[in-house]
Design a protein around this ligand. Structure first.
Ligand code: TTP
Ligand code: MG
Length: 345
């Protein structure tokens, strides 16, 4: 008996949540990003589908978005609001199974293999429940594994529902560009193009030996499997964080060390609070500095025993400041705690 996996991805999530509290925004291009002022630094977190018609997309500098679509409504990111919407959506999902793997705020995998109902029925009902209870639309994919479910959910956005049955996998994948597969970024895409492979169907014609020789054993194997829609990865319900981090981009590049120090201190305080709330200890503290010219440097300090308190961590973080060469103005300051471990008890 095969598995039944659902992948759900909310449509234009931050923008859709903003439209709910400001109904006048409906049908207008809406951009959410930075502090909502397109003349200041920041990137587009997301934009609604109306704005996408003008070529706007996530990660585009706000200033570029403004040039392409000056009539758009620009709004600041209000993370607390999106988190509340996300929590409501995730709790609806958990009514169907405890096997829910959230990815960020607006996406999740569900393993409904053991649920006594056809997966497509569950998918239809999930979409309707989310719409009724939050007034938001989701796009959903249903398939025998995570790889295919995730590709399927992206096929008919927005408000889509795409079902891939066991017997349809080859057909479903054949014409898709290789980029659609997990982990195939611009580099792999370019290498594949060199050997005449553009679509998943074309990739499937290559032998395992050929792919392993070209891409190495494990990556070659993965491409071979994924081109056939084979993926055994489980739905993971709890991730252990590897690290936590925060950073701040200054509105104007900064030269004064006291400001940089103050910023590093604030970021460290925030992270210590997060560390304590989540019940973790850290052993490695990293300070990251991006200069005016975008060159980025990191300096780290590791402790023998895990540390948890501000008194322990702040002096370590601040000691790193002396290990940079401060000749250029600074654009961004970041702090990261890694080597995390659950505190005992
Ligand atoms: P996505 O699901 O990638 O995008 P989306 O929900 O806005 O649009 P789509 O309909 O295509 O799914 O990301 C979910 C949210 O995560 C998005 O609303 C904003 C945030 N986000 C960022 O903050 N930065 C980014 O670069 C991306 C891609 C998303
Ligand atoms: Mg989304």
């Amino acid at each position: 008996m095969g598995r039944a996996i659902i992948h759900l991805d909310m449509d234009a999530f931050f923008a859709a949540v903003e439209e709910l509290r400001r109904p006048a925004l409906k049908d207008k291009p809406v951009v959410v990003g930075g502090d909502g002022n397109p003349r200041r630094r920041g990137v587009v977190s997301t934009c609604n589908y109306e704005a996408r018609k003008y070529g706007l997309h996530s990660a585009m500098p706000l200033i570029t978005a403004y040039r392409l679509c000056p009539q758009a409504v620009f709004l600041p990111v209000d993370m607390a609001l999106y988190e509340r919407a996300s929590n409501r959506i995730m709790s609806i999902l958990r009514e169907y199974t405890s096997l829910v793997e959230p990815l960020g705020l607006d996406e999740a995998f569900l393993d409904v293999s053991e649920v006594e109902r056809p997966a497509p029925d569950i998918a239809v009902e999930l979409k309707q429940r989310i719409l009724d209870e939050t007034k938001l639309t989701a796009s959903v994919g249903v398939a025998p594994n995570k790889l295919l479910a995730k590709i399927a959910s992206g096929m008919n956005k927005p408000d889509g529902l795409t079902i891939v049955n066991e017997g349809e996998i080859d057909n479903f994948l054949s014409e898709l560009p290789v980029r659609t597969l997990w982990g195939v970024g611009p580099k792999t895409e370019a290498r594949l193009e060199k050997i005449g492979v553009r679509t998943v169907g074309e990739l499937r014609l290559r032998t395992l030996a050929e792919l392993e020789e070209y891409f190495g054993k494990s990556w070659g194997r993965m491409l071979y499997d994924h081109s056939r829609g084979i993926d055994d990865s489980p739905v993971i319900t709890h991730w252990e964080p590897k690290s936590i981090s925060r950073d701040i981009t200054f509105q104007w590049d900064v030269k004064q060390l006291p400001i940089i120090q103050e910023t590093a201190e604030k970021l460290t305080r925030d992270l210590v609070e997060q560390l304590n709330q989540s019940g973790y200890q850290t052993r490695t503290i990293t300070l990251r500095i991006r200069f005016q010219d975008f060159t980025t440097f990191t300096r780290s300090v590791s402790t023998k025993e895990p540390v948890t308190t501000l008194d322990q961590i702040l002096p370590l973080a601040l000691s790193l400041i002396n290990r940079f060469d401060w000749t250029k103005k600074v654009r961004l300051v970041g702090v990261r705690f890694s080597n995390l471990k659950k505190s005992d008890g």
